[in-house]
Write a protein that binds this ligand. Structure first.
Ligand code: URP
Ligand code: ZN
Ligand code: ZN
Length: 461
């Protein structure tokens, strides 16, 4: 008894072709033309629709304790929003408490993630590098947590210094791990933040002003230099500015191994949003901040030219009422982050493919294939191949919608993309061969997501 998807247009990072897919259990067993059906088979007619690999979002923060509160989507609501929006696999960040074992952090995240309805992995954040942490890193990699994040910002909270970053690069690298960085100069940010607060400049706009693009550019260049010195690649998370991108380009030109990720907010939103009256700008307070309008097309060009290989979300939502408003009267207390995991796939299709900024195949690459390859999930995840997991999005290019807070799947009271029109939507989504979304409606199983341990070999460009 197989499931057969008939007459779809199959799209991968390399090819677009007409074909059928035969799914047996959790995997794709056959790809071909006119695959015969048996009496007991289930058939999904994909005529007029695209068949994409399920999206892979390698940057989420579900149920994250942060800035005195907890991000508003837990693993259930967040992963449900993800899968309804075409993302079938995500990688969330374990952020261990200082002074506590990494393993304890990992166990805590595993417990929280048990209710996920999409498949998932974890990155491990290193918020201090001690002898105990150094000793634990190989064991963490052995458990399939093969990537690490160091923060060059959030001074006195998560920020590590250059010596610590060098040590993580060396230790993780020796054991096959990939290191990523939040590349902003935390000392510049801390200095400007103190200065603005002293001058009674307390509105959300000053969050943006305290995070100048030069703070990103400086940290991007420093991180690449340190990684190069150790002889390891570096992955830059949530690249936000043309200035940072220029540093990536220069490094690639001199042969450095740098991988860059951006997010829909840096491609589609701009810093005028911080300058709205009242506290409205708090909805867009995130780190790094969104940038002036002229940065946006430069980042799209960076995707097209291959300098940016991944579009993730940095999904980290906080309610406007009851969470963001903790920072009324002091922008430095506004919890950083926005909801986006359910919007990424659709926004990239509409504003990338439909508006002709990127090709259909580049779209699949940046939302699914490249992140799966880079983080050791491929070929199980991220493409449409015989033997791969049947994580598939049957996508109706004719369907339309508008993003609104009221109709979103995120568990939060506003949308950063309010009013954005969408052309093309997931119609049916399969997770390992099971229908999780049918005609746009969620029909998945509680706790249907699975932890995917990753291999340490995924350091591809
Ligand atoms: O504003 C953000 N990005 N919040 C989440 C934490 C991070 O820096 O990734
Ligand atoms: Zn970050
Ligand atoms: Zn993040």
């Amino acid at each position: 008894m197989a499931l057969i998807i008939k007459n779809g247009t199959i799209v991968t990072a390399k090819d677009t072709y007409q074909g059928d897919l035969l799914i047996n259990g959790e995997r794709i067993e056959l790809i071909g033309l006119n695959i015969p059906t048996a009496e007991n088979d289930t058939v999904i007619d994909a005529t007029g629709k695209y068949v994409f690999p399920g999206g892979v979002d390698v940057h989420t923060h579900f149920e994250l304790p942060f800035m005195g509160t907890v991000s508003a989507d837990d693993f259930e609501t967040g992963s449900r929003a993800a899968i309804c929006g075409g993302t079938t696999t995500f990688i969330d960040f374990v952020i261990p408490e200082k002074g506590k074992p990494l393993q304890q952090g990992l166990q805590s995240w595993k417990q929280k993630a048990a209710k996920a309805v999409a498949d998932y992995g974890f990155h491990m954040a290193i918020v201090e590098y001690t002898a105990a942490v150094a000793e634990e890193i190989p064991a963490i990699i052995e458990q399939g947590i093969t990537s690490f994040k160091c923060f060059m910002a959030y001074k006195n909270v998560f920020q590590v210094d250059d010596g610590q970053l060098l040590a993580v690069l060396k230790n993780a690298g020796q054991h096959g791990g990939l290191v990523s960085v939040h590349a902003e100069n935390g000392d510049i940010i801390a200095m400007l933040t103190q200065q603005f607060l002293k001058e009674n400049k307390v509105t959300p706009k000053y969050h943006w002003r305290a995070h100048p693009a030069i703070a990103e550019a400086e940290a991007v260049e420093r991180a690449i230099t340190l990684a190069d010195f150790i002889g390891q690649p570096i992955y830059i998370v949530h690249l936000s500015s043309a200035d940072g991108l220029e540093k990536v380009k220069a490094a690639v030109a001199r042969g450095a191994h740098v991988i860059a990720e951006t997010c829909p907010q840096y491609l589609l939103l701009h810093s005028d949003l911080y300058c709205q009256p009242g506290f409205e700008g708090a909805k867009y307070v995130m780190s790094p901040p969104i940038r002036p309008k002229d940065h946006l097309e430069k980042l799209w060009a960076g995707i097209n030219k291959g300098y940016i290989q991944v579009v993730a979300t940095d999904h980290c939502p906080f309610n406007f009422s009851g969470q963001k408003d903790m920072g009324e009267g002091d922008f430095s207390r506004i919890p950083n982050g926005i909801p986006a995991v359910g919007d990424r796939f659709n926004l990239l299709y509409t504003y990338g493919v439909v508006q002709k900024r990127i090709s259909l195949n580049r779209f699949v690459d940046v939302v699914a294939t490249a992140p799966a390859k880079i983080f050791g999930l491929y070929p199980k995840k991220g493409s449409i191949v015989v033997g791969g997991d049947a994580d598939l999005v049957i996508f109706d290019p004719k369907a339309t919608a508008k993003i609104t807070a009221e109709h979103q799947n995120h568990n939060v009271d506003y949308s950063a993309f309010e009013g954005f029109a969408l052309k093309g939507l997931p119609h049916t989504v399969l997770l390992r061969g099971k229908v999780a979304v049918r005609e746009g409606i969620y029909v998945g199983e509680p706790g249907g997501g699975k932890f995917i341990p990753r291999t340490a070999s995924g350091k591809e460009m």
